[in-house]
Design a protein around this ligand. Sequence first.
Ligand SMILES: NC(=O)c1ccc[n+]([C@@H]2O[C@H](COP(=O)([O-])OP(=O)(O)OC[C@H]3O[C@@H](n4cnc5c(N)ncnc54)[C@H](O)[C@@H]3O)[C@@H](O)[C@H]2O)c1
Length: 297
Amino acid sequence: MTQIAGKTALITGAASGIGLAMAHSLAARGARLIIADISAERLEEAGAELRQAGADVATVAFNVAEEAEWQKAEEAAASFGHVDILCSNAGVGGGSGALEEYDPDVWRWAYAVNAHAHLYACRSFLGAMKRRGEGHVVLTASMVGIVPPPVSVAYCSSKFATVGIAMSLRNELAGTGVGISMLCPGMSATRIVQTTKDLRPGEQEAGVAAKTADAMGGVLASGMDPRCIGDRVAEAISSDEFYIFTHEEWKRLVEPQVAEMLAAFGPSADPDYAGDDIDSLLAANNATAFGAGRTAS
Ligand SMILES: NC(=O)c1ccc[n+]([C@@H]2O[C@H](COP(=O)([O-])OP(=O)(O)OC[C@H]3O[C@@H](n4cnc5c(N)ncnc54)[C@H](O)[C@@H]3O)[C@@H](O)[C@H]2O)c1
C-alpha cells in the first residue's frame, strides 16, 4: 500500500486513543473512514471530531470480541464499496494481579478482545483484499507482546498472541499483494486504564491489583502523544513496513532478551539426529517475511 488517498480504512477501537489518532492521520492523508468501537456514545463524538477536521467518516458501534457482530462492520463497509486498510486495534488492559488468582472470565475477555478479534476482522475483510490483490492490514500489538514487564500476564500474553498472529499472517500474505504492519507501541497517553475498568466483566479489581492498575494509569498519562503513533502508522502503511516500533528506548529491553535466547542454544539434545531442515525454512522465510514477497502473483 503506497497510496492512502482515496482508500477506505476501517479502524476498530477508534473512539479513543491510538485508534482515533490513526483515524485522524489516515484522514489527513485522504482516506475515507469507517470507525468502530464498542462505545456508541464516544464513537459518535469521535465521528463528529473527525468530520469537523474534514474527514469522510461512517461510524459502526459493535463489540469486536463477538464474531456475529462483525456483520455490522461488513454492512457499513458495503456502502463504501470495500475496505482497503484494516486496522484491528481495539484492546483492553486485562487487569493486574497474580496469575494463580486471575479470574478466568477476565482472562477470556482479554484474549477475546486483544487476540481473537483479529481473526474475526480477517474473516470479514481479508478474503476480499486477497481477491483484489491489494490492501493493508494493521494489527495493534504492544512492546509488552515482545518483552513483557511484570505487570499483567493476561495483557502481555494476549499481546504475544497478536505478535504471533501478525508474524504468521505476514508469511501467509506473501505474494498476495496485501501488506501487513504490526504496531508495537510503548506507553501512550490514552484512556486504556479507564476503558478496561469500564468494560471489565465481573467485579472490579481490589487491593494490590487495583493499586497496580492505578499506578499504570499514572505512568500512561505521561506517555507518548497517540497522535505521533497515528502518524507513524500512516507512514508505515505508505512505505509497507512490517514492524512499527514507535518507542526507540524499548530496544534496550529487546536486546538482552534476544541475547539471552541466543545464548541458551546449546548442542542438540539428540547427537544422532541430522537436524531439522533449516535451509528450507530459511528459504521459505526469505521468500516471504524477510523478502519483498508482497506482489500479487
Ligand atoms: N496506551 C498504551 O500505552 C498502549 C501501548 C501499547 C499498545 N496499546 C494498544 O493500543 C490499542 C488501543 O488502545 P488505547 O491505548 O488507544 O486505549 P483506549 O482505551 O484509549 O482506546 C481503545 C478503544 O477500544 C475500544 N474497545 C475496547 N474493547 C472493545 C470491544 N470489545 N469492541 C470494540 N471496541 C472496543 C474502547 O472502547 C476504546 O475506545 C489497544 O490494542 C492497546 O492494547 C496501547
